[in-house]
Design a protein around this ligand. Structure first.
Ligand code: NAI
Length: 499
């Protein structure tokens, strides 16, 4: 029976860091070293200012990393990639797999160059047997590429067992998801050696996950595809409900009532059925496009176009939201102040990758609006840097003002766009307590222009009635708010207020 005593994780990002913190905290006898090429990232993991924000992460990292009188420290962060690989008997590959930007499949295919580079480095360094675990989300069949690399580059006497163990955590609830996963999938080649390696990894999880939730007998291709399939189906539900929201706006139906009624059907269920301004984050779009590309290369054009529509609806929904706001402001946004509450792609994370807020900001910048932006977990500097990198630093210096609070952003705003459903925008729990009360923030008080009244009725302004006017789906994606006072037209969430 193989046992794991030393784990290395290549990639100290949103997946590698939290996953290994939980693995280490639950397996005191196992040493876990998370390595990355980025020195600043590793320095941050070794400090009290972690590089990412997740509820509960700080505590769990400090518990395992710092140790105590009662417990040894067994979680390490380092840039010594080779040293950690050398010592490990199990290696998670947890590097980024973005969409390819150049060459064959650009704009759709997953770029696995970082996975490949990590595998090559492991193959070059390893002098003892290793279990290699694909943790990154990869195209179906990547394990074969890894096996080829190990065979071609690795020492002949070293055994490499490749497993697929996709990560299903959602940002914003990563620690809760890791502590209580719905399932752990471990795909192997199915040979006696492969199954032995899968069971060794299963034992690591069994330190806190009930055995019946650990599936260590899955075929490796199924395991790779299962992760893509799960993300595609989650994204598809969001696009489905968002497409229905447009029908609601054109009729007398109410999307919230539709979500509720449809979700009561046991075959459908209530999750991921809330309308929003579209999904964001680093995974959904890239994973759907990855599946689209796979279908294309497998000569399944109908399958490819079916899944491509999920992304198309999402882009359309984001665009619709911006157009509604522009129309509500008499189609002249130039010089008007728009408050943007939230830059992260959902609450409880500081992650802004593929955030709908950024797409919205791009549209507002092209209209030359003045943007006042606040997000509780995206710092002043990061707002300027990230938007500057995306839209040009000159434009950002001219049109963007990061703000210290939601209240500061809303002052004198002609419209307030709630882009992330942070609780503090819903519950009036701001700290430090500003002089202005959220309940006083009706648009008429904020605005200097009469068009602002219309902005209010489009859903983009918080107000006394707005406590419930923002909703989120189960991954916490941001949702457009319902007009709080417009009871005569309950379905106008994104509707044209001038009608
Ligand atoms: P990330 O970009 O936050 O982290 C990846 C890290 O890998 C970076 O810090 C990078 O410097 C490092 N890296 C790249 N090549 C390296 C190498 N050769 N040696 C050492 N370090 C290297 O990415 P994230 O979000 O953690 O995602 C990782 C994978 O997990 C992706 O495939 C993603 O699709 C998947 N995933 C992501 C989830 C999420 O919520 N972010 C959830 C589930 C899966």
């Amino acid at each position: 029976v193989r046992t794991v005593k030393n784990i290395c994780c290549v990639g100290a990002g949103y997946v590698g860091g939290p996953t290994c913190a939980v693995v280490a905290s639950k397996n005191e006898d196992v040493d876990v070293t998370v390595v990355d090429l980025s020195q600043p990232r590793i320095d941050a993991w070794n400090s009290s200012q972690l590089p990412i924000y997740e509820p509960g992460l700080q505590e769990i990292v400090e518990f395992a990393r710092d140790g105590s009188d009662q417990r040894r420290s067994n979680l390490h962060f380092s840039t010594d990639v080779r040293g950690a690989i050398q010592k490990a008997d199990l290696i998670f590959i947890s590097v980024n797999t973005p969409t390819k930007t150049v060459g064959v499949g650009a704009g759709r295919a997953a770029d696995i160059k970082y996975v490949e580079a990590a595998a090559r480095e492991i193959a070059e360094v390893a002098t003892s047997d290793k279990i290699i675990v694909e943790k990154s989300t990869v195209p179906c069949g990547t394990s074969e590429i890894l096996r080829d690399i190990f065979e071609a580059v690795g020492e002949p006497h070293v055994r490499f067992d490749v497993l697929s163990n996709p990560e299903f955590l959602a940002e914003g609830t990563a620690i809760a998801d890791l502590l209580s996963p719905d399932r752990i999938l471990i795909g192997s080649e199915g040979t006696p050696e492969g199954l032995e390696a899968a069971n060794a990894l299963a034992d690591v999880y069994a330190a806190w996950v009930p055995r019946e939730r650990i599936r260590a007998d899955v075929n490796i291709w199924s395991s790779e595809l299962a992760k893509l399939a799960a993300n595609c189906m989650l994204a598809q539900r969001i696009s489905s409900i968002n497409s229905l929201s447009a029908i609601c706006e054109a009729t007398g139906a109410n999307i919230k009532e539709i979500s509720h009624s449809v979700g009561l059907d046991k075959r459908i269920g209530p999750n991921f059925l809330k309308a929003s301004i579209g999904f964001g984050g680093s995974c959904f779009k890239k994973d759907v496009l990855n599946l689209v590309y796979m279908a294309e290369t497998l000569h399944l054009p109908e399958v490819a176009s079916y899944w491509k529509a999920v992304v198309d609806i999402n882009e359309w929904q984001k665009d619709r939201f911006a157009k509604h706001i522009i129309r509500a402001l008499n189609s002249t946004v130039e010089g008007k102040r728009i408050a943007i509450l939230g830059l992260a792609y959902k609450k409880n994370t500081g992650d802004t990758r593929e955030s709908p807020a950024i797409a919205f900001i791009g549209q507002m910048l092209s209209e030359r609006a003045q943007l006042a932006i606040y997000d509780p977990k995206v710092s002043y500097d990061r707002i300027l840097r990230e938007l500057g990198d995306e839209f040009g630093h000159e434009a950002v210096a001219k049109y963007v003002k990061p703000c210290e609070s939601a209240y500061a952003a809303c002052e004198r705003a002609s419209a307030v766009a709630i882009m992330t459903e942070w609780d503090e925008f819903k519950t009036d729990q701001l700290t430090p307590r500003p002089t202005l009360d959220l309940r006083d923030l009706t648009v008429s008080k904020l605005s200097t222009t009469p068009v602002a009244k219309r902005a209010d009725s489009t859903s983009s302004a918080p107000s006394s009635q707005s406590e419930d006017n923002m909703s989120s789906d189960e991954e916490g994606r941001q949702c457009p708010s319902t007009p709080p006072t417009n009871t005569s037209s309950p379905t106008t969430e994104l509707s044209d207020p001038t009608k």
